[in-house]
Design a protein around this ligand. Structure first.
Ligand code: NAG
Ligand code: NAG
Ligand code: NAG
Ligand code: NAG
Ligand code: NAG
Ligand code: NAG
Ligand code: NAG
Ligand code: NAG
Ligand code: NAG
Ligand code: NAG
Ligand code: NAG
Ligand code: NAG
Length: 403
């Protein structure tokens, strides 16, 4: 604050002095730390630039004789400390320089959608200033370092390292220091190990956890049920097995629960399912769930996508499904469902776009109510025991491109 007031004063003064004096004052204010970034921070950025093998044209504005607060992608606060480096999709190649670690006021670092390689500098995740770190969609490799459990609380809120080449054991104690973490996206890497159990005892604000497309093994930890703010949990395409723990149904704010393509088994808990009344997407496809679709699904009023394909489910479709009036996708293909389809009143599902019931044992006729789902684009009923003809009302389905 103080240097800022000083420079305001200098500017006020210069109104009253002749032009020679004005030039002098301008010179002084150029040299003053309050009117441009420090040479120290500038050198750190120039070092970052020097370690890139392809700078996407940055060098045109990143020149040593200009104020780095005015460089492309750089933002400073009023005291001219660099706070943001936002360089997504700039075609950058080469390494991320460790020198970024000396920018003590850096809060936002976005290098997503480039072709950066090598490791993520050790200083960045445990930085005492960074709040938002997004290096997703690059070719970064190596491991994510484990921090000692005595590391003090860090300000990091968003960490997006998805779609890189990171590998090795996923850290566990590191998260203890991340008390402010809101979103962690580590999807599409090659991490191994178990899903850490204590995310929310240390990061009570965690709302987004995306670990899909990795090599995690073990079970879904029951402690994830203690995440009071969790909205999005995705961990499909790993090597995770076992049942969905009852405790997970305590995470009542969940909107996206996605565990496709794993070895999960058991039945869907009829009694606990209604706790997840905020669910928008329920994706449990490609597992070995058995039993019926519980009647309590009718209480998931916000449900838009229901993927239960490629499991071992059986029984009839419950009438209660007619209650989920926001459903857009119902994918139940390759299971052992049976019974008549007209149990469900499809007229009450006006938003339905995809209904896939391929490879089941449904019988009876195709219910007339299906023809009122005027937004259907895909309807797949083959490889069942359905009989009767399609009604001429099929013509009502104007958008149908796949039958
Ligand atoms: C930028 O300029 C400063 C001071 O003039 C000098 O010390 C530094 O080495 C220069 N940096 C580069 C990368 O040229
Ligand atoms: C990371 O990739 C670089 C090439 O970009 C390679 O030289 C290095 O050995 C890799 N490191 C690890 C830990 O795989
Ligand atoms: C990375 O994840 C964060 C948090 O979910 C999100 O805000 C950001 O947009 C993501 N970045 C990209 C490039 O998708
Ligand atoms: C996480 O990353 C994946 C793939 O990179 C992306 O599709 C997804 O939108 C991201 N999720 C969030 C919440 O940022
Ligand atoms: C996974 O990451 C690779 C490499 O960054 C990328 O090419 C691919 O599109 C990503 N896949 C998904 C599903 O995001
Ligand atoms: C998958 O997990 C099981 C045990 O949970 C383990 O025996 C197996 O080796 C794992 N497979 C891979 C490819 O990691
Ligand atoms: C969480 O779930 C378990 C098992 O369903 C239950 O016994 C427990 O009371 C729940 N805890 C809270 C705080 O709701
Ligand atoms: C359908 O929704 C109503 C409230 O809109 C609710 O009272 C009823 O229990 C639901 N039926 C089922 C089978 O879930
Ligand atoms: C499939 O479900 C049936 C009962 O519905 C059960 O007897 C069978 O063991 C299940 N198969 C697997 C692989 O879980
Ligand atoms: C499918 O369910 C029927 C009973 O409805 C049962 O007789 C049959 O064994 C089941 N098939 C499989 C593959 O589980
Ligand atoms: C089916 O749902 C529609 C729209 O909600 C309603 O008008 C109709 O009475 C229902 N039919 C039956 C048989 O419940
Ligand atoms: C059909 O979809 C369009 C946009 O995709 C939407 O505006 C419209 O409300 C939908 N119609 C019904 C009956 O839901």
């Amino acid at each position: 604050m103080q240097p800022l007031q000083f420079s305001n004063k200098t500017r006020n003064n210069k109104m009253h002095i002749p032009s020679l004096g004005l030039a002098l004052v301008l010179l002084i204010s150029l040299a003053s730390p309050a009117s441009s970034c420090t040479q120290h921070e500038k050198n750190s950025l120039l070092q970052f630039l020097a370690e890139l093998s392809q700078d996407g044209g940055l060098a045109a504005s990143w020149r040593n004789n200009t104020d780095c607060c005015k460089w492309e992608g750089i933002t400073c606060r009023k005291d001219m400390t660099v706070t943001e480096i936002l360089l997504p999709s700039k075609g950058l190649q080469g390494k991320i320089s460790q020198s970024l670690g000396i920018l003590t006021g850096l809060q936002y670092l976005d290098l997503s959608h480039n072709s950066l390689s090598g490791g993520l500098p050790l200083e960045l995740v445990p930085s005492s200033s960074i709040i938002f770190l997004d290096v997703s969609f690059n070719q970064l490799n190596g491991t994510l370092h484990e921090l000692s459990s005595s590391t003090p609380a860090r300000p990091l809120q968003v960490l997006n390292i998805s779609s890189n080449l990171f590998a090795g054991q996923f850290p566990s104690t590191t998260w203890k220091a991340m008390e402010n973490l809101i979103a962690l996206n580590a999807s599409n890497n090659s991490f191994t190990g178990h899903i850490p159990t204590h995310f929310c005892s240390s990061s009570p604000s965690l709302a987004v956890l995306n670990l899909c497309l990795n090599k995690f093994s073990g079970n879904i930890p029951k402690q994830l049920g203690d995440c009071p703010k969790l909205r999005e949990l995705r961990a499909g395409y790993n090597n995770i097995s076992g049942e969905v723990p009852d405790e997970l149904f305590n995470a009542t704010l969940l909107e996206y629960l996605s565990f496709p393509k794993k070895y999960l088994n058991g039945a869907i808990n009829d009694a606990h399912l209604p706790n997840l009344r905020n669910l928008v997407t329920l994706d449990l496809g490609g597992n070995i769930f058995s039993g019926k679709i519980p009647d309590s699904i009718g209480q998931l009023k916000k449900l838009e996508e229901f993927h239960m394909d490629n499991n071992n489910m059986s029984g009839e479709l419950p009438y209660a499904l007619s209650n989920c009036t926001n459903l857009r996708i119902i994918d139940l293909k390759t299971n052992n469902f049976s019974g008549q389809l007209n149990k469900v009143n499809f007229s009450s599902l006006p938003n339905l776009k995809i209904l896939d019931l391929l490879y089941n044992s449904f019988s009876g006729t195709i219910p007339e109510s299906i023809y009122s789902c005027s937004n259907l684009t895909a309807l797949r009923l083959s490889s069942n025991h359905l009989d009767g003809q399609l009604s001429p009302r099929i013509g009502d389905l104007k958008y149908l491109t796949f039958l």
